[in-house]
Design a protein around this ligand. Sequence first.
Ligand SMILES: Cc1ncc(COP(=O)(O)O)c(C=O)c1O
Length: 400
Amino acid sequence: MSITAEVIQKDKQYSVPVAGRPDFVLERGEGVTVYDTEGKAYTDWVAGIAVNSLGYGDKELMKVVAGQMDTGLIHVSGLYHTQALVELAELLCANSFADKAYFCNSGAEANEGALKFARKLAYVNDRKNKTKTVSFSKAFHGRTMGALAITPTEKYQAPFKPMMPGAVVGEFNSVDSAKEVIDQDTAAVVVEPIQGEGGINIASAEFLQALRRLCDDHDAVLIFDEIQCGLGRTGELWAHSFSGVSPDIMTLAKPLAGGLPIGAILATDEVAGAMQPGDHGSTFSGGAVVMRAGEMVVKRVLSAGFLEHVKETGDYLLERLSEINSPHIKDVRGRGLMAAIELDVPPGDIVAQGYEHGLLLVNSGPDAIRFIPPLIVEKRHVDELVEKLTLILEGIDGDA
Ligand SMILES: Cc1ncc(COP(=O)(O)O)c(C=O)c1O
């Protein structure tokens, strides 16, 4: 039996079947390309779901991780100080609205923690009824029970009801709807400045500004979930910058440690000040190897020319995608290297054909393909993508 066949068979036998994986086995990566066990190359427009922003095999990242491993200090738990943790916390605070950082291990965990921070603030202010959490249509905030409760997709929630009480949903980008759902009992308002899983939907500056005002008026904590859209993906360090307003909390995860598991909650002193020893924690929080990787990634994103490259390549991606002449494309949208084409055919069919053409693609919501590549992707990769997508879409025309 080939290695490919053996891995696929064992996956069927031993893995909990929560993911439908295609019939190839990835073995190594370099730059923006991954290779399977048969040696086939795939240009990666997924980046481990918006994670591998430095691509594969970044020499500096590997050196930093190996260097920290060499100290023997991989993990010490949150019980002890490490230089690695405070250096990443300082770097993130120095480059954002935040005064304090808390580290965890995933996006969902960051959002869980953020909800607790908001609830604790209400609690110390003696506002015991202030327990409502507002999120918005098509949002995705994660799959743990709190994060799931604010992810209003019926198919994700249905088997796991009842949800956490007090989760209320407004309409994304509707100021009127936000006014209706945010009130004195609202502890937290959570929003993605650009929705990643829900179809690459960009919040308007007006909407984010209105949320800021409504949160101020009702003493609610405004949480920007930049787990997918943050840290350079839009060509700005933070996706919300264009709005001119800052949140009280921002959650980060995916790209922050170059592919190692991480989450972060960045908060103002006011919010963080409500948290006391024992209120929150996680065994793996702030592991030294992960922190060193995070510091290196943030410094790279801040280095000269990096964000300009994202912006320029992102503009080119949108321009070239808009040029594809196919009746199946209903819309092209995005910002920086976070883009989507909305289709009138199932995105799964295009993703499957992408594999045959040596492309890794992923859907966003039920009717769009999303492009969230490593941020080091180049214009020549965009040209290859557009050429192959055009062929795939023409094939679909032929079938029709
Ligand atoms: C905006 C956003 N928030 C939260 C999450 C959950 O992150 P994780 O899968 O690391 O738990 C995701 C994951 O796709 C996301 O895109």
